[in-house]
Design a protein around this ligand. Structure first.
Ligand SMILES: Cc1ncc(COP(=O)(O)O)c(C=O)c1O
Ligand SMILES: N[C@@H](CCCC[NH3+])C(=O)O
Length: 416
């Protein structure tokens, strides 16, 4: 796994690109998110190369990591953005991505969010229900605009992944049900202020088997043909994100080529531009969470704990999805101990790893929780009065703070 990322040991010390993680912790404290700029750029190039045989546009799914510097890194390479709220739209625009490269998605957009998206000139807004289509039309009419919309279809495909992150199944809240399509197209014929530009799907996240895409794209293409039969051609077919990352070296990600080999022959004959919305694939590998070992202890059964200064408030994925993250000692120790790595939060679900072989590092040393660039820092919270951590971005031997650590004053600044 390490070879695929910018994180590597050099003389027994773990590095991010050209910088020793130990030095970053001394300078900026812990817990600390460390992000490799080259990793993001490399993964984007890998993605673009895999789908180079298809006319497409890649819109980074900002929800994976909304840091301005992350968005800017991808925006500078020509990537667009998929945003899920007014706040994410604000961030994407602030990072310098023009509205014309932004897609506004989300199952529950408020009227003010729809207005903001329209006034920002987004490439398209996704509509996820009949009511939302009407709402977009009404808001566009008030503004004297025509809204470019894509219909998000629920293809009723249950992609195999964690049940909390499968989104293309009819029992989930996402998208328009196939049975509603006749009504949707007749409504589209009546509405004066929306213009259908795309058909869209997103079946979930961390999907290993390309066959789920095949099943969902088959549905999308049926709907594409139906749409054309109703007189609605589209400019874009948006197949969402979901491409996997390697968290556990024993469960390596499916190479992108295996997705491309299935997806390209299905979509190319349409002649329509394809939109991708990867989040995790681009970002997961790019960051580690550095945390310091506060205490080690052993109970009467012999069970070992590393109590560290980071927890579920900085990285909730293990608590929420029982997700696997490698935990490496920042100074290499050849001896290992089987232990739980737990945080300071008052919840039993506050762990990074359970019964894992960890380098036998003493109290005061550092651990790196790996593969946290996607859905890591963005899902952090102030629970238990915690300060959101600092984040740094490394580029070669250069280090920039891309988010300062929160202060106590910031914890209470909106309270009376
Ligand atoms: C609509 C949409 N697009 C793209 C993504 C990004 O997914 P992933 O990070 O798995 O690529 C998500 C998140 O699941 C999403 O909801
Ligand atoms: N937050 C999830 C991914 C959600 C994808 C958005 N629909 C994770 O950490 O894996």
């Amino acid at each position: 796994m390490l070879d695929r990322t910018a994180f590597h040991y050099d003389n027994g010390a773990l590095f991010c690109e050209g910088v020793a993680l130990k030095d970053l912790a001394s300078r900026w404290g812990t817990p600390l998110y460390v992000t490799s700029k080259h990793s993001i750029e490399d993964r984007y190039r890998e993605f673009e190369a895999a789908f180079s045989g298809l006319e497409h546009f890649t819109c980074y799914s900002v929800k994976a990591n909304f840091n301005l510097s992350v968005i800017k890194t991808l925006g500078d390479l020509g990537c667009g953005c998929d945003v899920n709220s007014a706040g994410e739209l604000f961030r994407a625009l602030k990072a310098g991505v023009p509205g014309s490269r932004i897609i506004f998605a989300g199952v529950g957009k408020r009227p003010d969010e729809i207005s903001y998206a329209l006034l920002s000139g987004v490439l398209m807004l996704k509509a996820e229900s009949l009511s939302e289509l009407r709402a977009i039309d009404a808001i566009a009419a008030e503004r004297g605009l025509t809204a470019p919309v894509a219909l998000r279809i629920n293809p009723n495909v249950t992609a195999e992944t964690h049940p909390y992150i499968t989104t293309g199944d009819s029992k989930e809240k996402f998208g328009i049900d196939e049975a509603e399509l006749p009504e949707v197209f007749s409504l589209l014929g009546e509405l004066q202020h929306v213009r259908l530009v795309g058909l869209d799907m997103h079946i979930g996240s961390q999907i290993f088997d390309p066959e789920f895409y095949v099943a969902a794209i088959t549905k999308l293409l049926d709907i594409f043909n139906y749409s054309r039969s109703k007189g609605f051609g589209v400019e874009f077919l948006d197949i969402g994100g979901g491409f996997p990352a390697t968290y556990d070296p024993m469960k390596p990600e499916t190479p992108l080529d295996r997705f491309a080999d299935k997806i390209i022959p299905m979509l190319k004959p349409t002649g329509v531009k394809v939109i991708f919305e990867p989040g995790r694939f681009l970002l997961a590998n790019a960051s580690v969470l550095l945390t310091r070992i506060l205490y080690r202890k052993r109970n009467h059964t012999g069970k070992e704990f590393f109590v560290v200064d980071g927890g579920m408030t900085e990285l909730i994925r293990p608590a929420l999805y029982q997700s696997h993250h490698e935990v490496l000692s920042v100074t290499r120790h050849d001896e290992t101990v089987v232990a739980d790595v737990v945080g300071p939060i008052c919840e039993s679900s506050d762990f990074f790893a359970r019964q894992r072989a960890i380098g036998d590092a003493p109290e005061g040393e550092l651990l790196a929780v790996m593969t946290v660039g996607a859905y890591g820092a963005v899902m952090s919270s102030n629970y238990n009065g915690r300060l959101r951590p600092a984040e740094v971005m490394v580029e070669g031997s250069d280090v920039q703070v891309i988010r300062r650590r929160e202060s106590f004053e910031q914890l209470i600044q909106n309270e009376v």
